[in-house]
Design a protein around this ligand. Structure first.
Ligand SMILES: Nc1nc2c(ncn2[C@@H]2O[C@H](COP(=O)(O)OP(=O)(O)OP(=O)(O)O)[C@@H](O)[C@H]2O)c(=O)[nH]1
Ligand SMILES: [Mg+2]
Length: 664
């Protein structure tokens, strides 16, 4: 049977979980509609989610729509949990982007839509909450057009907007305004249709236009827009019709080699690790051995499919095998991590890149009881498996643990999870921002085996060059292939990546190319091993010395995280707001005046965002609206912030030799 893996994405509180519940009910998978406010929905199943009424982790449920199995992934909308969204993007065939008819387009909506358009993910837009007072229609369509996509098309009209009786009526051929908008939208990407229409408008049937609309929305060229209410059920049938007609389902090749992607990891009741895998090709059976990550292999000890079959409620069902297109839960893969490929790497490279900004904050976590130190480390290590962006850092010098964060809500959730699931009560130190380092120029260094002051049986030469922004760390070889055993090359590359975690100022070094320019080693004698031959350990110890010396020559600059902001203010307050922005070291970008309102966009250091938020009401008579999203990094002006190193490893040769002598 064909499958459609469908993501529900939106800003916080737009109604994703409520919509998920409605869709399950309308499709017949559940008998009663649960409510977020009553804490009884299918997808907000964690105790913390139910207590707080927000989604924290993505959750999958399944339902049948005609001849298609739809796996629906409900995601969190709060920007602190954007990493959960990031992890599912690579496994989706289509998306329903939810907006609130009252609150309209939010900065998070724009962040999400920009990414979906870049990934060319087919996306329908659902404007929810039409039953709420203040719900908008025409005005909201204008907002969508101006702020998220000009390729939207409203698929119907609303009646009784802003009242509990609000309804959505899909438009057909008889609606002239809809028919003409349909022509405008689809001919934008179809020249032959445009020619045919210009020559003789009557020769282009409504059916042909609908077919073209379906083709184009499956290719993410247009975005059909539905209105409705997840609470009253208005517009839900029409949306389901749109999902079936306008989003792509896949049959997948269940007979081919296994290829899948892990997008979520959780722990079962007995602490066992469960990996959620979207299967792109092949079939996995219980007791199959599968490869994952960088070459690990394990036996699948148990397996279940997210399935709506056998009268299930859309959550998981025990299965013997799971094939292409479906979502499997696998037990037994001990070392598996979120983002790992299972079997062959899926051809879609959506997972290879990073879509959203990384966390910009960090804080030290301390157990209230000192004796919980070890348990805290173990618990955070487990949580980091589920959420690698936690970026657990162990400071061996000060005996401290720190984590990366997106914001205060994530911090509170982490604290509550540690207490509820691990019985560890923790406090946090003050939250600080995470900077990064980028090389300023190029620098090279080499250490040759046999030189007096090289204590290792290895020759390593490295050059550091700046790379394009956002490119991360790229490792290249300029040595003859075959001149160094692969295991030594790997040792050098791994050590390079590890060493770059802490640059000259203690921040992670990124956006650089590290090239290995020299190599040398002493091979073992023909039979056996000698203590004089080189080992991977020689390369691991020498590489940091060479790299840090190259990095010193290249020089690095520290960059601080910025937030993008979008401000809507009364036009007569522009002067005072701009002056305040300047004091906060913001960089204003475009300014657009619309009648009595002015929209200012720009960037502000992440550390100043809170101050801007607090000053705004006073500057704008309480009328200013501020939205923000994580943005880029910019060079720090003023004193350079440093981060203390977390290890005692010597990073220059003089230190190393002194240390070695000290030990002798
Ligand atoms: N009036 C009205 N309220 C709605 C509608 N949909 C959702 N709500 C309410 O809006 C609030 C948020 O709903 P959720 O479904 O939790 O929203 P969400 O997008 O899943 O929220 P997060 O996952 O935390 O980002 C709840 O109080 C819902 O009852 C709707 O169509 N009409
Ligand atoms: Mg939710």
């Amino acid at each position: 049977m064909a499958t459609l893996n469908l993501g529900i994405l939106a800003h916080v509180d737009a109604g994703k979980t409520s919509l998920t519940e409605r869709l399950l009910h309308a499709a017949g998978a559940i008998d009663e509609v649960g409510r977020v406010d009553d804490g009884n929905t299918q997808t907000d199943s964690l105790a913390l989610e139910r207590a707080r009424g927000i989604t924290i982790k993505s959750a999958v449920v399944s339902f049948r729509l005609d001849d298609v199995t739809v796996n629906l992934i409900d995601t969190p909308g709060h920007p602190d949990f954007i990493a959960e969204v990031e992890r599912v993007l690579g496994v989706l065939d289509g998306v329903v982007l939810v907006l609130s008819a009252v609150e309209g387009v939010q900065s998070q909506t724009r962040v999400l839509m920009r990414t979906l358009r870049r990934l060319r993910t087919p996306t329908l837009i659902f404007v929810n909450k039409i039953d709420r007072a203040g719900a908008r229609h025409d005005d909201l369509l204008r907002e969508i057009d101006e702020r998220i996509t000009t390729a939207g098309i409203a698929m119907g009209v609303t009646h009784g907007l802003g009242t509990p009786a609000a309804t959505f009526v899909p438009s057909g051929a008889e609606d002239d305004a809809f028919a003409s908008r349909l022509v405008d939208v689809v001919t934008e990407h179809d020249d032959s249709l445009l020619r045919a229409y210009v020559e003789d408008a009557t020769s282009v049937s409504h059916r042909r236009l609908r077919r073209t609309l379906a083709t184009q929305s499956r290719r993410a060229l247009v975005h059909p827009i539905y209105f409705g209410s997840a609470i009253t059920g208005a517009g839900i049938e029409a949306l389901l019709g749109g999902v079936r007609e306008l989003l792509p389902s896949t049959d997948g090749d269940s007979a081919g080699p296994v290829s899948g992607r892990v997008f979520k990891i959780e722990r079962g009741p007995a602490g066992e690790k469960i990996a959620y895998v979207r299967m792109f090709a092949g079939t996995i059976e219980v007791r199959d051995r599968v490869t994952y990550g960088s070459g690990a292999e394990s036996k699948v000890t148990a397996l279940s499919a997210i399935s709506c079959e056998q009268g299930g409620d859309g959550t998981d069902t025990v299965a013997d095998a799971v094939g292409a297109g479906h979502i499997a839960k696998l037990w037994g893969l001990g070392g598996v991590r979120v983002g790992d490929a299972i079997g062959r790497t899926p051809s879609s490279d959506a997972d290879a890149e990073q879509h959203f900004a990384r966390p910009t904050l960090e804080t030290v976590v301390e157990p209230k009881r000192r004796r919980d130190n070890g348990a805290l480390h173990a618990a955070l290590t487990q949580l980091a498996e589920q959420d690698p962006l936690i970026g657990l850092r162990q400071d061996d010098v000060r005996q401290e643990l720190s984590v990366s964060l997106y914001g205060e809500v994530q911090k509170e959730v982490l604290q509550a999870t540690l207490l509820a699931d691990y019985g560890i009560d923790v406090t946090f130190r003050e939250t600080t921002t995470i900077c990064l380092e980028r090389p300023v120029g190029s620098g090279a260094s080499a250490e040759h085996m046999g030189d007096d002051d090289n204590p290792f049986r290895a020759t390593v030469g490295l050059r550091v060059d700046p790379g394009p922004e956002g490119s991360g760390v790229c490792f290249r070889l300029e040595i003859e292939l075959g001149s160094l055993p692969y295991s030594f090359i790997r040792a050098v590359e791994e050590t390079v990546r590890e060493t770059l975690q802490q640059g000259r100022y203690g921040w992670e070094v990124t956006d650089c190319v590290v090239t290995m320019t020299h190599s040398g080693y002493t091979p073992p004698p023909p039979y056996g091993w000698s203590k004089w031959s080189s080992s991977a350990g020689d390369f691991r110890q020498l590489t940091p010395l060479v790299l840090m010396s190259a990095l010193r020559r290249a020089g690095t600059r520290v960059y601080e995280p910025m937030q993008r902001f979008w401000l809507e203010i009364p036009a007569d307050t522009v002067g005072s707001v701009m002056a305040a922005l300047a004091r906060l070291q913001a960089v204003p970008g475009t300014q657009t005046v619309r009648g009595s309102v002015c929209v200012v966009e720009g960037e502000i250091p992440a550390t100043r965002m809170h101050a801007l938020d607090q000053k705004l009401a006073g500057l704008t008579r309480g009328e200013g609206v501020l939205e923000s999203a994580h943005g880029h990094h910019r060079p720090v002006s003023g004193p350079v912030p440093t981060r203390p190193r977390t290890d005692n490893n010597p990073l220059d040769r003089a230190d190393y030799l002194l240390r070695l002598k000290g030990r002798v």
